[in-house]
Design a protein around this ligand. Structure first.
Ligand SMILES: NC(=O)C1=CN([C@@H]2O[C@H](COP(=O)(O)OP(=O)(O)OC[C@H]3O[C@@H](n4cnc5c(N)ncnc54)[C@H](O)[C@@H]3O)[C@@H](O)[C@H]2O)[C@H](O)CC1
Ligand SMILES: [K+]
Length: 521
């Protein structure tokens, strides 16, 4: 077994993410480990309080809004901890203490015993704090937010103060990232026990702010440090699968990626994909594109072996000689594109299908599934593949990604705010990137990155998780250096290259900042 095959995290580039129900299961196991309900609530509140102090060190006054369940209970405990630390706490209750049960009731008593006043929520109530703590709703939310909870959330969003959300921004669905009518827009979210997938996709990028995770349980105590949910670029993983090159390396050993795209009039997309494949280390890159694009491609990126083809009949041995085929950038849905896709489907080797390759799969290859492809739909392409509306996809992104993977096999990357990677091993959420990446060509670059990782022997799911992470972080680094406005797809490849060269880039990107970010390795 070569070293890289034995790498423990070879297929898990990101930490596992849980559905809320699984979190409760984890919690029960945690409790079974000797940590019972209220002690767990105290740990949760302590984690939130520590994170608040780290983010706003000089805070003197807090406004804590508490709901009627255990999320509210977390808020009451945090209020007590802050008061004991000399903070002036305004505790606002959406439910009176007598309406609370179990641990939440005990928490409210603890805050009162610590001398923290309690005022009932009312419309127009002014927040006296410098920071607002959202302890209204957590994983127990059911259905749209209505009534006083809606009013309170709207007041939080209108007050102009920084917000720390406990566990989940109230109104955000923990399992899907959907906004249930209205939701708190948090500066920072501190979540516990299990990192929820709904904090990393859908509306989460707009609502959750910096997401910090803290494992509270005895069993998870080993890594209970407070770390921001940025995305560890697993240096060992990269070094295992993309090892520093042998001194006698030759291009044949680094794989051959064939890009099929660039129908007449669509040359740029295929070129972006080809350049990305080159920058991410594929040994040889061949591009099959329409003849009219050949001279521009050679001028732009002479390292790419460009073939100007009038149709798939002229492909010859190209597909057979390649290790991986990337089909879709600028493919078009006409005869040229259909022929190229058909030829690619005839090969039994890893494929990356993107853009019009996906639209053709939806319209002409219904029901076709493979275990050796990565599909990279944006919500519109996913809707066409699933035969549903985009709204349905966005209402429950994890379900859509899972459904598409079950129907079509292989690995599905559902792009958009908080890309999801659904494969046989489960689901991972990947970094959001930034709004500057909402511009043409970004998906083409991703397909080239994936092609390069597969060409170098990375397994499908590892390549998908790592490739999406590298793509998003490259976008963030490019935005850091030049701003989001004017960020172009062609800017990413050079940053992505740094990220996959072990030992060059920092070991840990906390792109969501936060003063208590863990030091880099
Ligand atoms: N076991 C754990 O994982 C731990 C969780 N902690 C905290 O507890 C919450 C989950 O608490 P739960 O009581 O289950 O639910 P919530 O507090 O999130 O909300 C239930 C509460 O809210 C009302 N409600 C539900 N939906 C709506 C709605 N749409 N509009 C208005 N009101 C709604 C409902 O009636 C209840 O009164 C978890 O997030 C953690 O913060 C522990 O602290 C640690 C262990
Ligand atoms: K909350």
């Amino acid at each position: 077994m070569s070293s890289k095959r034995s790498h423990p995290s070879a297929n898990v580039a990101l930490r596992p993410l849980y559905q809320a129900a699984q979190v409760r299961e984890l919690d029960r196991r945690t409790i079974a480990g000797g940590v019972e309900g209220f002690a767990l609530m105290q740990r949760a509140a302590t984690a939130a309080w520590q994170s608040l102090k780290a983010r706003w060190p000089g805070v003197k006054r807090l406004s804590v809004l508490c709901g009627g369940g255990n999320n509210g209970g977390d808020g009451h405990v945090l209020a007590a901890l802050a008061a004991v630390a000399g903070i002036d706490v305004q505790r606002i209750a959406l439910k009176p203490p007598e309406a609370l049960k179990g641990d939440a009731a005990r928490a409210a008593e603890m805050a009162s015993a610590a001398g923290v006043g309690l005022e009932p929520w009312r419309p127009g109530l002014a927040f006296s704090g410098e920071v607002v703590v959202d302890a209204l709703l957590g994983t127990g939310i059911t259905g749209e937010v209505t009534g006083e909870f809606r009013d309170a959330i709207e007041a939080i969003n209108a007050c102009g103060l920084p917000v720390l959300a406990i566990d989940i921004p109230s109104g955000l669905a923990a399992d899907t990232g959907a906004e249930l009518g209205v939701a708190v827009r948090a500066t920072r979210t501190v979540t516990f026990i299990g990192d929820k997938i709904g904090l990393h996709t859908g509306r989460a990028p707009a609502l959750a702010g910096e997401v910090h995770f803290r494992a509270l349980g005895v069993e998870a105590q080993a890594h209970a440090d407070l770390i921001p949910i940025a995305y560890l670029l697993d240096r060992e993983l990269i070094a295992a699968w993309l090892p520093p090159r042998e001194r006698d390396a030759h291009k044949g050993g680094m794989g051959h990626a064939l890009i099929l795209g660039g129908a007449p009039g669509f040359g740029g997309a295929a070129l972006l994909a080809s350049e990305a494949a080159a920058r991410l280390g594929a040994g040889r890159i061949s591009l099959a594109t329409a003849p009219e694009h050949v001279s521009a491609c050679l001028t732009y990126r002479p390292e790419v072996m460009v073939h100007g083809l009038r149709g798939a009949a002229e492909l010859g041995e190209l597909p057979a000689r390649a290790d991986v085929l990337v089909v879709g950038p600028g493919l078009g849905q006409g005869a040229w594109g259909q022929g190229m896709l058909q030829a690619a489907l005839g090969e039994s080797k890893p494929l990356v299908i993107d853009a019009d390759g996906l639209n053709l799969l939806a319209s002409r290859f219904d029901g076709l599934r493979r275990d050796d492809w990565i599909l990279t739909p944006h919500p519109g392409e996913a809707a066409r593949l699933l035969g549903c509306s985009v709204a349905k996809i966005e209402a429950d992104r994890p379900a859509a990604a899972r459904e598409l993977q079950q129907r079509r096999g292989g690995v599905v990357v559902l792009k958009g705010a908080g890309s999801l990677v659904a494969g046989p091993e489960g689901m991972a959420a990947c970094p959001y990137g930034n709004p500057g990446m909402a511009s043409g060509g970004m998906g083409d670059v991703l397909s080239g990155i994936l092609g390069a990782l597969l060409a170098q022997g990375m397994p499908l799911e590892t390549a998908a998780r790592l490739g999406v992470t590298v793509h998003a972080l490259a976008g963030d680094l490019a935005a850091r250096d030049g701003g989001e406005r004017g960020l172009l797809a062609a800017d990413l490849a050079s940053y992505a290259r740094v990220l996959v060269n072990p030992g060059l880039g920092p070991g840990f990107y906390s792109l969501q900042g936060g003063s208590d970010a863990r030091a880099t390795r």
